[in-house]
Ligand binder design. Structure first.
Ligand code: SF4
Length: 96
């Protein structure tokens, strides 16, 4: 792994367990994924309060989203977090 080049943003990855992109049998998991539009995000942290299972905030208040698809049991909660984002920066994208 190489160091980020000057001007390249470096964000730590999630430091909490999140759903894996692969199932127990090694097959790739599908389902919607949470994404952040970084220029739009203003670090309110509301999403992390509404979705602590998959989002926490870094030391600057920006969300750190677990990689992998949102588990089916949490999709409704994820939709609420998306609709509550005051800047429409949080999105739920369907994977292909
Ligand atoms: S609620 Fe929206 S603006 Fe606030 S931290 Fe989450 S993604 Fe960013």
């Amino acid at each position: 792994m190489s160091a980020p080049s000057p001007g390249q943003a470096s964000r730590p990855g999630p430091t909490f367990p999140g759903p894996s992109a692969r199932g127990r049998d090694g097959s790739e998991q599908t389902g919607p994924r949470l994404r952040v539009d970084w220029p739009a995000c203003q670090a309110h942290g509301l999403c992390a309060e509404l979705m602590p299972e998959l989002i926490h905030v870094d030391e600057w208040g920006y969300p750190v989203v677990a990689s992998g698809p949102v588990p089916e049991a949490l999709v409704a909660q994820a939709r609420r977090a998306v609709s509550s984002c005051p800047t429409l920066a949080l999105r739920l994208q369907n994977s292909r």
